[in-house]
Design a protein around this ligand. Sequence first.
Ligand SMILES: Cc1ncc(COP(=O)(O)O)c(C=O)c1O
Length: 484
Amino acid sequence: MTQSDPAALAADHLAGNARIDEAVAAIVDELRTAQATLDGARPASAALAESYQQWIDRNATVRGRGAWYPYVGSGVGRGPLVELLDGSVKWDMIGGIGVHLFGHGDPELVEIAVRAGLSDLLMQGNLQYNGDSIEFAELLVAEAAKRSRLAHCFVSNSGCMVNESALKVCQQKTGGAPRIFAFAGCFMGRSTTMSQIGDNAAYRQGVPLNALVDYLPFFDPALGERSIEMARWHMEQQILRYPKQHSCLIVELVQGEGGFNTAPREFFLPIFELARAHGIPIWDDEVQTFGRTETMYAFERLDLGEFVDVLTLGKMSQACACLFTAEMNPGPGLLSGTFSASTAAFRVGRRLLERMRDGGHYGPDGGNARLHRAFREGIAAIQGRHPEWFPTVPLEFGRSTDEVVGGIGGMMRFTPFGGDKAKVMRLLHTMFEEGVIAFACGHGPYHVRFLPPVGVMRVEQFAPVMEIVERALARVAMEPAETA
Ligand SMILES: Cc1ncc(COP(=O)(O)O)c(C=O)c1O
């Protein structure tokens, strides 16, 4: 920079700086060396058992309760593999519930984060921000606008917070309409309002109820056409009962926590048309689906973008966002907050979205779809060897299903032991011990949920994962009924 150049910035010194490039290259090189030994699952080391237990105890003390898994990471991982402080290495098939789409320690993303550390701001906000914040939001809008009317983007720091923002946008647009349409089994986050809309009694225990939610039944493949009629009928009834009282219809196009339930376009279409006919804004909650199905936005695959008035996303994007159409753009003052996201989250988020978009991950034969097929084949092979671990799954109204795998793209589920809650939970803990981290979804039947790092996982890596799953299934199947 010279003082005589009026367009020069102090920041120019850092861009394209050979010494910084060299230093960053050295850092990433050392990371690769540290990662080199991580090439498969590994049991915990006895020498680290005591210090690990101390970590687990300290966490329980400071949190006030024990964690679901005895998990404390060492800070080093490699793609789908993660090292814990007990010396074990595990296949991470849940990615902090869908956040780590590129797994652990992706060298390019680490490099971006290291460079982001040079920024004057660790956290960016709604009052003061850098270009990163604008570029991130622009990318989300540009991709959404290809197949929808979404035009603007507000960034905030959790899925729940962008959902709160979306609700306010809808409420303001409908003049403070007090009621909300949502689907049975939905999940939206843990604020006082979102835990009331989310369809799980445990998550709203002790919370005074002040949200008026009308639930619609989600698609039930066993009922087919009838399921579509039922959902529409329920909605019509509530509109008749409470005309002009609904601020929004909230929908997860693939239900996440509810059980990785999918539905065809024909299910949503009549419901969306009804909402539109009655001036009820449609809000697509893609906090879990975003980036993971066979398209970047789940609405693209179902070609439903024209109906979407508001959309929320998060998790794999690293920073969370609420997108809305020009007509839904709220008045000043409705949306803000001190934090938007960290500089590293903006830069890493933008790069991983580009890599997903340009790296052959989407489409019916893209990476996400291929990994999904590998997952289904892996489970089918285990089922072929051990059909007794996959009995018929009981459903409501005395019905049942033999479908034991489900989901789409990077949202994968399987249903062992008839979806029995105790056995599925036991299986998850056994898988963890054996070297695979997953989680549950569904409210009965219960499923094993995988949200693997589809950005970096390779099809052949399902082989060692499935070996462990099979071992864990065998252990749980052999346990006496009362402890299982
Ligand atoms: C569909 C959906 N909406 C909202 C949320 C809440 O996001 P967060 O946990 O980031 O607040 C989640 C989280 O799992 C989700 O799956």
